[in-house]
Design a protein around this ligand. Structure first.
Ligand code: 13P
Length: 252
């Protein structure tokens, strides 16, 4: 069966010393508990190797990057390849975050390359989808997320699709304090699972973890995670404070 997962997305926050300290705090906090979910922290590229070095709770705490390049290697100044990410000890990579789609022009085509390279290098993609406010208000959110899943992932074999974690993040809820209600999350997560079932069958769909992201915090996590199709969260702001992040982890 699918896993419950709480993953932090630190985005462009923390200097290296601050990031190491935060990772140490999360690692220490996990020593004291038996989380009912997998826990992952996704950190800036510059922090990966050092943060990997301070994680001792390797069974409880995974490490991920926030992006990777759409090319294998070579003359792509400033880019970081999936192989480089994997070589730090990271096991996950966030792909297609709305901030990358919006500010850095990521398209389904580049994302398909990134997904393929991540899988080749043994990384688990956390693949983000989600509509903007105007799309929701126009009632187009179902079509938008369906197209994002189809265009970014449906080139994969069922076996490879089974390695993907999905994160539904309505753009209007990211960093705004405005969370989707648990019913809104459940409705669209169930719909996404149906889209997967139509393509790959019920078993693959049932085994896919679909996380919710967007102003998820300790006070609303339990209600969101109680929904049958919400398998955890991708956490931005609240992942930057150990106590808040652990509050969300312990909501399971
Ligand atoms: P916030 O939790 O800060 O709203 O961010 C969500 C997000 O974008 C995680 O990827």
């Amino acid at each position: 069966m699918r896993k419950n997962i709480v993953a932090g997305n630190w985005k462009m926050n923390t200097t290296l010393p601050e990031g190491i300290k935060l990772a140490e705090e999360v690692n220490d906090a996990l020593k004291a508990v038996e989380p009912k979910c997998d826990v992952v922290i996704c950190v800036p590229f510059t922090h990966l190797a050092s943060v990997n070095g301070v994680i001792t709770e390797t069974k409880k705490l995974g490490l991920g990057a926030e992006n990777c390049a759409d090319h294998k290697s070579g003359a792509y100044t400033g880019e970081v390849s999936a192989a480089m990410v994997a070589s730090t000890g990271a096991g996950y990579v966030i792909l297609g975050h709305s901030e990358r789609r919006q500010y850095y022009g990521e398209t389904a085509e580049t994302l398909r390359e990134k997904v393929a390279l991540s899988l080749e290098n043994g990384l688990t993609p956390i693949f983000c989808i989600g509509e903007v406010l105007e799309e929701r208000e126009a009632g187009k959110h179902f079509d938008v997320v369906k197209a994002q899943v189809e265009d970014g992932l449906f080139n994969l074999s069922a076996e490879d699709f089974g390695k993907i974690i999905l994160a539904y993040e309505p753009v209007w809820a990211i960093g705004t304090g405005k969370t989707a209600t648990s019913d809104q999350a459940e409705e669209i997560h169930a719909y996404i699972r149906g889209v997967i079932a139509d393509k790959y069958g019920k078993e693959v769909a049932d085994n896919t973890s679909i996380l919710y992201g967007g102003s998820c915090k300790p006070s609303n996590a339990a209600e969101l995670f109680a929904k049958p199709n919400v398998d955890g969260g991708l956490i931005g702001g609240a992942s930057l404070k150990c106590a808040d992040f652990m509050g969300i982890v312990n909501a399971f």
